[in-house]
Design a protein around this ligand. Structure first.
Ligand code: HEC
Length: 119
């Protein structure tokens, strides 16, 4: 009887430990930043603009009625309205074909976090 009690206590400890670990690993909705996020490593010209050219311009070219993302000042219109972050990072429904890959989401989050510089 004593043995069974201590065995179940052990099993409970084991599970508690497991769930405790599991809760630390990955928090959905938050993007783990693995690249260095500062204004020299992540820039509009080198990173954000390239992602937009490759994944957004086909639908959001200059003068597009869906929202013009053809240059920094037009991108800033979408940033300032909150739509840019909401679509790309929060809801991940732009581009409509599916979320950008994690590394690109990280670069964009970093740029947003650092104050959306034109750098
Ligand atoms: C296949 C076409 C397509 C691609 C590619 C695409 N979008 Fe869109 N986007 C749309 C359409 C259509 C709408 C308008 C309908 C809607 O609101 O969902 C839209 C709307 C938006 C809006 C809201 C505009 C506003 O003024 O309210 C933002 C911001 C946006 N897209 C950002 C992006 C970004 C950033 C990318 C690239 C990462 C992207 N989109 C790629 C088709 C596209």
């Amino acid at each position: 009887m004593r043995n069974i009690l201590s065995l179940s206590f052990f099993v409970i400890l084991l599970f508690a430990g497991f769930f405790n670990l599991a809760s630390c690993t990955y928090d959905k909705g938050e993007i783990a930043v693995t690249t260095v996020c500062d204004t020299t490593q992540v820039t509009y010209d080198a990173n954000v603009s390239e992602i937009i050219t490759n994944s957004c311009i086909s639908c959001h070219a200059s003068g597009s009625s869906l929202g013009d993302l053809s240059d920094y000042s037009n991108v800033m219109v979408a940033v300032n309205s909150g739509e840019f972050k909401e679509r790309v990072i929060t809801n991940k429904n732009m581009p409509p074909s599916g979320a950008l890959p994690d590394d690109q989401l990280q670069l964009i989050s970093c740029w947003l976090q650092n104050g959306t510089l034109q750098n």
